[in-house]
Design a protein around this ligand. Structure first.
Ligand code: BGC
Length: 759
């Protein structure tokens, strides 16, 4: 439909020249909680934004500011924790597009998400809003989400940039992270989304990184984000994340949200008048607000609607793909359509937990529950009984409810027991104090399993729960995460086999909290959280420490089986430019149609720096009929082989042998091969204070130094060997050393110029 009502584009350069300093400063402040400031005299419209992102949380103008339960109904798709388990960018893109349509219908121009922060600890209260413990997976899915929403002419806000990995003290904690860890773990998902999907906006985090608030960090918001990654959108603050507004403007924080009620505007104007802030910096930010308005205008035609039924169906499809079958002893699942009684136990079967709490909480257009869905699907063929078994928020068992549940279990052929975290256990704003399921639920499982060993457990949780104390009691285990408004039907489809599980874990499920990477360093103390585990988060940690886990990253069962064969790699290897095609054949070797997620992990066993044992660098999903085979090709780019070289301050592929593992999970390698890449022999630029060893081992400087030392009895090879660890300038100061300290800079310049390290 041609849109004839949308206003025409703004002439940004002309507007900038017409706006007063006060008006430009006002543009850099929200008008209220959800709008940018309009400038009516020049026809600059307000841009509306709203939370989500797994549904639209548009509040009515009358809603109390912090009433998270009040918003217009919208489709509640599965939150990020669940969508991530689909490992399916195409599906995530479709969900994003549907969300874009709901925004258009509501006149909302920016959907505030997705969140691509890493799951550093399972205790982070907001993990349900984040995709993964792996930056590559989070980046791919985040890009798909952004691409989907923006394909409808609606913007996104990639958040929370960066290192917002906990809720405890989130507004001022300083995340103390070394640069290599930032570059390889905490920034790449943002980088991937920025470079692949061009999000219209990005939201900075509340916290500080190495002492500097994200809202006023020029390294983060300008050097890395814009100069290195080429971000061309607008940066907004998280809600009330601004510390010193004028510092934010100088650092590249375009928009303060929500409205500071004039405080930020006045500070900006004053700072320009005092000469503490340049007007060019204000212009730059104002230009980005105007450009955002321009990008927003075309989609804002009145009278647009969306198809709530179609979106509910898509939410069900996404939920079906999201659940992960962790265990299925003796093929207890799928349940057959006929047979004896199915005892459904657990309050969460009829009162589903389908999303997390906080700013992302949406009011669904409708809500399915698994109990009704199972009863409907089995009507007339199998009896379904129900016992609640526990009160969701209770911390002590209810003996009468347990007794009733046990009775049901005893009388049934099979038990489907719904367990999970109560809503109060996980939310934006605080972290979990522990990883356990509520005690009464575990006690119920024990009692029920005594009465009937054929127990299927269906979990509802927004982040990993400790498995050790109880999971042996479940013969089958379906990790349902939080499945959105259509999760009930999806669970029934999966339990009954009308859908075949295909979800894969996007985070490791450890046996116990004591095994997790951040013991002792989460959530920090005295306002600081030290990322002492460095690169080793998630599976990288469990692999490095050879720790058994309950269910590894990437794991997920199916009702069919898959065979892998004929691995081939084809490399285009031109130094820093590398691409590798990994191809293999996947065959459905079972009896049912199913979907396999092929995962490619890269290892770098011969590197001069420490590298995690194996890292996910590619994946692809294939749908296969029984007996069908398909050739799958997964492309790996330079980044798949690179590490961040701290000395050179850039990515480096160190030449040598790399391993390619084709896996069904991070701990289930199906095919493997090696690959030689020329890469480079990274040379750090020499400077006088570096260790003598680096000078002696340098291909240009080393021979030159030996030449200058030739015949000197005091500084022969033996003596120089003893001095390898000493800074070279201090060696040059030693009595009688033949190379004067003053000559070192020239020697260094000569050596650096003849290698690309000097670049
Ligand atoms: C959250 C953001 C959210 C914003 C607006 C903040 O507290 O951290 O994720 O988009 O509020 O509700």
């Amino acid at each position: 439909m041609t849109d004839t009502t949308a206003p025409g584009p703004l002439d940004v350069p002309r507007l900038l020249s017409q706006l007063t300093l006060e008006e430009k400063a006002a543009l850099l402040d929200g008008a209220d909680r959800w709008h940018t400031e309009p400038i009516e005299r020049l026809g600059v419209p307000a841009v509306m934004m709203a939370d989500g992102p797994h549904g639209l949380r548009k509040q009515s103008p009358e809603a109390a500011l912090n009433d998270l339960h009040e918003s217009y109904p919208a489709t509640c798709f599965p939150p990020a924790v669940s969508l991530a388990s689909t490992w399916d960018p195409a599906l995530v893109h479709r969900v994003g597009a549907a969300l874009g349509d709901e925004c258009r219908a509501a006149g909302v121009s920016i959907l505030l998400g997705p969140g691509v922060n890493m799951k550093r600890s399972p205790l982070c209260g907001r993990n349900f809003e984040y995709y993964s413990e792996d930056p590559f997976l989070a980046g791919e899915l985040g890009s798909a989400f952004v691409g989907g929403v923006q394909s409808r002419g609606i913007g996104t806000s990639l958040k929370h940039f960066a290192a917002n990995n906990q809720e405890t003290q989130r507004r001022h904690v300083s995340a103390e992270i070394d640069e290599r860890t930032l570059r390889e773990i905490y920034l790449p998902a943002f980088e991937r989304v920025v470079t692949q999907a061009d999000p219209w906006t990005l939201m900075c985090s509340y916290n500080r990184i190495n002492g500097v608030y994200s809202a006023e960090n020029p390294w983060l918001l300008t050097r890395v984000l814009r100069d290195e990654w080429g971000f061309r959108g607008l940066v907004m603050s998280d809600w009330d994340a601004v510390n010193v507004r004028e510092h934010g403007v100088a650092a590249g924080l375009d928009l303060e949200m929500p409205s500071s009620h004039g405080v930020g505007t006045a500070r900006i104007v004053q700072a320009v008048r005092d000469g503490a802030l340049s007007e060019e910096a204000v212009d730059l930010c104002a230009r980005r607000v105007l450009e955002l308005a321009n990008r927003s205008l075309p989609a804002l035609a009145p009278g647009q609607t969306f198809d709530a039924d179609a979106h509910h169906a898509l939410a069900r499809e996404a939920a079906t793909r999201s659940a992960v079958l962790l265990k299925n002893a003796g093929d207890l699942l799928p349940l057959s359509a006929s047979g004896g009684t199915v005892a459904v136990i657990g309050e969460l079967a009829r009162t589903p937990r389908y999303q997390g709490a906080g700013s992302s909480q949406v009011v669904p257009t409708r809500l399915d529950d698994a109990l009704t869905a199972l009863q409907g699907a089995l009507a007339g063929s199998r009896a379904v009984t129900f016992a609640p078994g526990y009160v969701v928020e209770a911390e002590a068992p209810d003996p009468a409810l347990v007794a009733e549940a046990v009775q049901h279990a005893r009388a049934a052929d099979v038990v489907v027991l719904f367990l999970g975290l109560p809503p109060s256990y996980e939310s934006e704003g605080y972290d979990r104090p522990h990883m356990h399921l509520p005690g009464p639920q575990v006690a119920l499982l024990e009692a029920v399993a005594e009465a009937n060993a054929d127990v299927v457990v269906v979990l509802a949780n927004g982040s990993a729960v400790a498995m050790d104390p109880w999971h042996h009691r479940a013969r089958a285990l379906l990790e349902g995460w939080l499945l959105g408004q259509a999760g009930g039907g999806a669970v029934a489809d999966l339990l009954l086999g009308s859908a075949n599980p295909s979800g894969r874990l996007a985070e490791t499920l450890p046996l116990a909290y004591a095994h997790t990477p951040t013991i002792g360093t989460f959530p920090g103390e005295h306002g600081q959280v030290r990322y002492g585990e460095g690169l080793l988060i998630g599976y990288r940690w469990y692999d490095a420490h050879r720790i058994d886990v309950a269910y590894p990253f990437g794991h997920g069962l199916s009702y069919t089986t898959f065979g892998y064969s004929d691995l081939q790699t084809e490399a285009r290897d031109a130094g820093r430019e590398v691409s590798v095609q990994v191809s293999l054949t996947v065959t459905n070797t079972g009896q049912r149609a199913g979907r396999e997620v092929v995962q490619v992990y890269v290892t770098d066993p011969e590197c001069s720096v420490f590298r995690p044992e194996a890292e996910l660098k590619g994946f692809a999903a294939v749908d296969l009929e029984p007996g069908q085979s398909v050739r799958v090709t997964i492309a790996l780019d330079e980044r798949a082989f690179s590490y961040w070289h701290v000395g050179l301050a850039r990515w480096v592929i160190e030449g040598g042998t790399f391993g390619i593992r084709v896996c069904s999970s991070s701990r289930d390698t199906r095919l493997a091969t090696d690959l030689e890449l020329a890469g480079e022999d990274p040379l750090q630029p020499l400077s006088p204070e570096l260790p003598t060893a680096m000078w002696l081992d340098h291909p240009i400087a080393g021979p030159r130094i030996r030449e200058l030392l030739e015949g000197d009895p005091e500084y022969d090879d033996y003596r120089m060997d003893r001095l390898r660890e000493n800074p070279f300038d201090r060696v040059a100061r030693m009595r009688g050393f033949p190379i004067p300290e003053a000559e070192l800079p020239a020697l260094a310049a000569q050596a650096n110029a003849s290698t690309d390290a000097g670049a």
